[in-house]
Structure formats: C-alpha cells, structure tokens
Design a protein around this ligand. Structure first.
Ligand code: AMP
Length: 360
C-alpha cells in the first residue's frame, strides 16, 4: 500500500519504537498538525510524553499490532531491528515506510554489503562467516587486521571485534557470541562521514550536506558540518546516498555511513531511519531530518535541505546531561533533551548544536 494523496494534518502516524528518535519525530509531526501513536514495549519510553497515544506491548503481540494498525494512517519506525514478521504484518492493512524489503536489506550485514556492492559502490572486502572453519577460510582470503561483526543486531560497536595478527579465529568467534557473522577487511580511512537523504512516495529525493563524524568508545560523539573534505568527495558521497536510496525504492529518511580514504568513498552501513549524525539539521537547516521523514512518509512535498549555518552537534552521554544549565546559557547553542530518567553510563541523554555563521 502506498500513499498517493498527501495525508492531511490531523492524520495519525504510527511509530514503532519509543526512544529519542521517535520522540523527535513526534515533535516534528506535531508541528505539521499530525497526531502520533507510539508502539513500544517499555512503559517509560521517552516518546510517550510528546505523543497523542501509546501502546505498551511487545513487537510480536499481533493482537496489539492489529488494534494499532486500525488506529493509524501510516506506520514508520525509529530503529532497524523491527522483527520482519512485525513489519510484514502491516502489509495490506496500512502503508508502511520505509518498506519491508529495505528494512530486511539493512538488518543483515551480508545482505546489505551484497546489495551495495551489486550497485557498483565500493565497500570493504567481506566474507560470510558461519563457524570457526569458515572464519579461518575468510581470514585467509581477506587477511589481517580485519573486523568480525555479527550479521544482525549490532550497534555502537556492539557485536564486533577486531582481529589482529595474534587473535585466533576461535577466540574472535567466541567474542561475538558464536553468531552468524561477516568478516570485513580493515579500511584505513582518513575520516568517517555520513549522508542523510530522503525520498518520497513519488521518487523525489533530497540530500543534506555531509557531516564528519567522530566516535568515542564506538559511540557517536560529534558530527560537524561542513565536513573537512574536498567538494568532489562531498559530491561523490551525496550521489552515492541518492543512488542507494533510489535503488532500495525507499520512502523516508535514511542514514548512510561512509569512510573517506584519499579520494575514495567506501560505504560502511545503512541505517533505515533518521540518524544521530543528522541531528545537526534540527538547527542548521530549514527543514530537519525529522520533519523531512514525516513529510516523506505522509506524501507531502519534501522540504528544503539548505544549510543556513555551520554546526557542531555533540551528544550528551550519561551524566554529561548535567551540563544542561551551562549550555542553556550559551547564546550560540541549542540544546535538545530526551527526557530519560536514568543517566546510565554511555546512554544518549540529549545533544546540543553549536551554531556559527556559514563559512562556505
Ligand atoms: P559499524 O557498527 O559497522 O557502524 O562499525 C562501528 C565503527 O567501527 C565504525 O564507525 C568504524 O569506526 C569502525 N569500523 C567498522 N567497520 C570497519 C572496517 N571495515 N574498517 C575499519 N573500521 C571499521
């Protein structure tokens, strides 16, 4: 099912997942006059506080999913690990964006890398790993150092391990919990960047400027726009993002993480959702990634991605959220707090955008 006529204000958007991404989607949707209905298993989900309706249930509670699907005009999600049977459940009942096929491609690192390399786009050399024997064969092919990652459910560096000269295949496979995996050649990159792009039901595509991303302990710490890369590399990255989103027949906002090595741009992974490295758009652009996603899935015209200032986005992790008062006093800072009660170590509690006049 797709959406041909734009959903009017007053329609209800169903969102699977109730974390900070759902919360910022709901806030943006509210600005356009939509209602949001959040479906999430955790009773204290941050998105509930800013949404019109909620369902607290497991993603495989099909009775609850049925009631939810009858109450909403379109379904989207804030995370990629939505069970395939949950996403498929909506087919024929209510439009879902992004679609199930795109979700399945992004959920499995082998499917994802096979798809991207099939488009002629560079990715790290990779091989399928099912057990210690196939890991040994993959190491002989790809060499060391390399990175072993679980095929599914990895995030923020979880479910992956670096294999250097001394680590045995058995140790590495045990470190990732002996799960189906992918072995990737180690990319000696200069920078990490990402492309945030959007596509509507009609195929219209809009792409934001490219941020440069820095991680600490495998968690995104800052995104800076513009990235310190030459215009040709930035353009190449943007065109790879456009190519991927169109080839996936995708509707909504996508985040594509990439490595820059010299003049080369190598795609690392796809996030089929709004992305942390796009949070700078909330204050740096006419239309944020969150509003853009809502526009795309509701059949509205896509908004302008024009950037009106330079931005450094910084995540507030764990008790760094205690900086809120000092940050709020800074005139060039805009702060966004997710309303989570417990500031666990490394947990994304909020972020701030530091804005400076656009230089280029
Ligand atoms: P991922 O979970 O795939 O996003 O990986 C998390 C981080 O690990 C990336 O942001 C990179 O810093 C690093 N990384 C992942 N894959 C590779 C690779 N093939 N070569 C070098 N570094 C990598």
């Amino acid at each position: 099912m797709d959406i041909r006529d734009a959903l009017p204000p007053g329609s209800t958007i169903g969102i699977l997942g109730g974390g900070q991404l759902a919360r910022m989607l709901a806030l943006a949707a509210g600005n356009l006059g939509f209602r949001c209905h959040i479906f999430a298993p955790e009773a204290d989900s941050p998105a509930f506080a800013v949404s019109a309706a909620r369902t607290v249930a497991r993603y495989t509670d099909f009775a609850a999913l049925k009631t939810f699907s009858n109450a909403v005009d379109v379904v989207t999600y804030e995370f990629e690990n939505v069970p395939a049977e949950t996403a498929s459940f909506f087919a024929g009942r209510v439009p879902v964006a992004p679609g199930v096929a795109a979700l399945q491609t992004a959920q499995d690192r082998i499917a994802e890398k096979t798809f991207i390399s099939g488009l002629g786009i560079p990715v790290a050399p990779f091989a399928d790993v099912a057990d210690v024997e196939s890991l040994e064969a993959a190491l002989a092919l790809i060499g060391r150092p390399s990175i072993l990652k679980t095929r599914r459910f990895g995030y923020d560096g979880k479910g992956q391990t670096r294999i250097d000269e001394t680590k045995s295949a058995a140790t590495a496979f045990a470190e990732i919990g002996q799960q189906p995996a992918i072995l990737e050649g180690f990319v000696r990159f200069d920078k990490e960047i990402s492309v945030i792009a959007a596509r509507g039901w009609s195929g219209e595509v809009a792409v934001y400027d490219v941020p440069e991303n820095h991680h600490e302990n495998h968690i995104l710490k800052t995104s800076t726009v513009p990235a310190d890369i030459c215009p040709e590399v930035a353009e190449k990255a943007r065109s790879l993002g456009s190519h991927i989103i169109a080839a996936l027949d995708y509707v909504g906002v996508i985040g594509v993480e990439m490595f820059v090595a010299g003049e080369e741009v190598i795609v690392n992974e796809i996030a089929p959702r709004v992305h942390n490295s796009g949070h700078w758009t909330m204050d740096g652009c006419c239309v944020s990634q969150f509003e853009q996603h809502i526009r795309a899935i509701c059949g509205w015209p896509l908004g302008s991605t024009e950037r009106h200032c330079d931005v450094v986005m910084t995540n507030l992790l764990g008790d760094e959220i205690n900086r809120w008062k000092a940050l709020a006093a800074e005139p060039d800072v805009r702060i966004h707090i997710y309303g989570k009660t417990e500031a666990r170590r490394g947990r994304k509690m909020g972020h701030f955008n530091r804005l400076t006049p656009r230089q280029a």
